[in-house]
Every structure is written in structure tokens, then in C-alpha cells.
Ligand binder design. Sequence first.
Ligand code: ATP
Length: 440
Amino acid sequence: MKFIWIGVDDTDSRTGGCTTFVAGAIIERLVANGFDIIGFPRLVRLNPNVPWKTRGNGAISIQVGKGTGNKTKIGEIGNKDIFCYFNMSSGEIDGKRVKEIVEQIIMEHSRLKDENTNPGFVILDEQPDLEMYYKTVREIVTIDEIELLLESLNAIYKGYKNRRGLIGATASVSWRSEDDKTYEIISYREKKKWGTKRYVDDASTKKMDETCTSTFDNYDYVNKHNRLVPSSPCPILYGIRGDNAEELVTAKDMIKSEKVDSCMLFETNQGTDDHLQRKKIGDIQPYLSVITGGKIVKNPYTIEGGHVIFTIKDSTGTIDCAAYEPTKQFRNKIRELCTGDLVEVYGGIREKPLTINIEKIRIKHLEKQFIKIENPICPNCGKHMKSKGTRQGFKCVKCGTKSKKPIIKEKKREINIGFYEVPVCARRHLSKPLKRTMEP
Ligand code: ATP
């Protein structure tokens, strides 16, 4: 083999571990064994609606070969700088040895005892078609179809337990970064700190956020939430996302925190909206993520738990859209919507009841709304008429003249045409922040 793609997924559990940390361990051992890393390691997020994901449905992939030309620093592990190359020579590399290393690391780091951890790795000498990535980021894929594909590509692969990790591992290798990509630099904690409260300084995070303008989703100023810091007991201390790999290194150096044990820079599909597909309402299925347009036919209302729901309709059907409680003040914008407004909703589909979990919304038309300011004035007597009861119209008490309509005025809408997105604290990994570009 001249160069090799490695894909790995599903090594962690809710109680610990992290697939990106496993990527670092694989890279460290490959480099120690004389292999070169080609291009950035890749963190690829997949369908955010799969019910069996641990957290963010992330998988990793790495390309290995004989590097030539300039090298770029991609991380630090065990006080050693780690580099990648962007060019390869035609020298052969030992696929069998790569497999041994990947297998060793998976055995050392996977949470195999957890019933929901089903690791898988793939070793390929070519990337599968891009189609497989899109299918896995947008739909549900079966292990059977992945194994068929891997057989047809003569892949070396291994799935543990129910082998589900093979799906993410293969999709991660299938991803191409040419169309759109972002980066994430991840800092890891010292092992003795895993599972304890993290210390990452908010003030330095805000300073970094203001200074490093190509980064995004760093700090939620309204909800006072430091988005760099995960809440799970995983080895990650913080991760900074952005459009420019170089600036992420500067950004990392600005963060004051507990000791950083190691770090790694990943190329990713985060913040690209790759999970979304345009659908008519009638074609919407559970577990997809969609962009769909419609007219509001039921005003927003709040249900138990503080979730705000409204209904939209197009020529093929109707569907509920939800701004759930974690989307905080975004719900106040949603509450401003009214029947007759035209919107385009972006979000993942929840199965029961079939509902769009709104990630962002584009308001395309605001229907004129009117409010009653006073009862009508009798044209004969010049006095205000009296209401006859709800929807019964009005009547002049003096001469009996009737009127159906009160005096009204146009209501000022507290919302505008354009995009609104959930706050940073509620943002999904794949959602493209409006900061990146307005049009997905
Ligand atoms: P983390 O983000 O912390 O790495 P996770 O949220 O990625 O954890 P996993 O433990 O990797 O969760 O579990 C997701 C599982 O779902 C993996 O086994 C992956 O192969 C599988 N999977 C991912 N996308 C799809 C899909 N579209 N269809 C079916 N299975 C999928």
C-alpha cells in the first residue's frame, strides 16, 4: 500500500472516553513507528438524530503515508510536537503494521464494557464514494450495506460487539473537505483530572472570541455559557472551532486554564449544514434533518417544559416546529410569529410526535397583523358602541345602530424578515452558524 486511510468510531461511552482522544493515541503510535500523517486528522460529525449516538455522533479518520516537502504542526502529545505532510512520495507502507497499531489502541482505550459502545475501524487504500458520507450524515445506514461496501473495496476492517462503529468509521473516511470545512483545536486534560470539574477561564475565552474573528461558537454572552468546555467526563478540556487553522493555534494560546496535557488540530465538517436536505413537508421522515418552507397555520404556543410549538403547512402537508427549552431566548423570537407568516425552517426531525427541532429559521414574509384599539363610533350619535359579546359585533346603546368591526391599527411586529438562529449554548455541531455565511 502507498498510503492508507484509517477510520475509527464508537470507542467511547457516556461515562468516559472520546473518539478524538483515540485519534491522538493512534497518531502518536503511528509516528513513533515511523509512519507519516498526511493532511490534518479529521473529525467528522454524522447524523445528529441517530438514537444510539453517545453524544455528538463524531467519527475520526487519518491518512498515513510517506510524507514529503513541508510539514505543519498539528499537535503536541507527551511533550512532542506532531506534524503532518500535505504531499506524499510513492514509497510503500506496511498496512499490516498500521492495522496492528490501530487494533492495539482500540483495545487500550475503548469502553468495551459499556453496552452502547460498539467500536469499529476500517483501513482503506482509497476513499469510498462521497455518497456514503452524505448518506451517513443525513440518513440511517445499516451495518450490512457498510460491510458490502468494505468488501467491494478490499478493506481491512474490524467491528467489535454489534459492529456499529464500522458505519461511522467508513463515513468518516468518505468525507471530502473540498466543498466546505472548518477546524477544531482540542486540548486534553491530564489523566488524573478526568471526571473532575474543569477550569477554563471565561474572561480569556471572551478575549479570544473578540480577537480571533475566524473562530465561532465560543461563548454565549446572554446565557453566560462557555461553549468551549464540554460537560461530559471525557478527556477533553476545551475545543475551539474556526475557519482558519492557523488562527486556532493563536486562539488556543490565549485561553487560560488548568494544565493542558496534549492537543490536536482536526479538520472537520462541523458548522457546515451538511446534515440538512431540502424536503417538502409530506416527504419528511424521522431521523432526517431538513430545510422546509411553509406558511404558519397555528400560532406559537408554549407547552409544559417551556417548549414553544407552531405549525406550518405547504401543498403536501403540515408539521409542527419546536423551539425547545434549551434554545432559551430564541423562543421569544419564535413567539412573535403569527399565522400567515412564511418561513423556512432548518432542523432535525423528532419521531414522536413528528416535529422539526428548529436550529435556525428564515422569515420570508410577515403577514400584516392588526390589533383593536377601541370600539367603533356610532355614525349617528358620535358615541362609542358597546360590544355584544365575543365575536357578536357592536351596537349603539342610544340608536341601536350595529357594526361588526372595531377600530383597529396595524400591529408593529417585533421580528424582521431574515434569519434567526438558536443561541451558542444550544448550537448543534453540524449547524452552520450565521456568522459563517448567511446562505447554507
Ligand atoms: P462522541 O461524539 O463522543 O464520539 P458519538 O456521539 O459519536 O460519541 P458513538 O458512540 O460514536 O457516539 O455512537 C454513534 C454510533 O452510530 C456509531 O456506532 C456510528 O457508527 C453509528 N452511526 C453514525 N451515523 C449513523 C447513521 N447515519 N446510521 C446508522 N448508524 C450511524
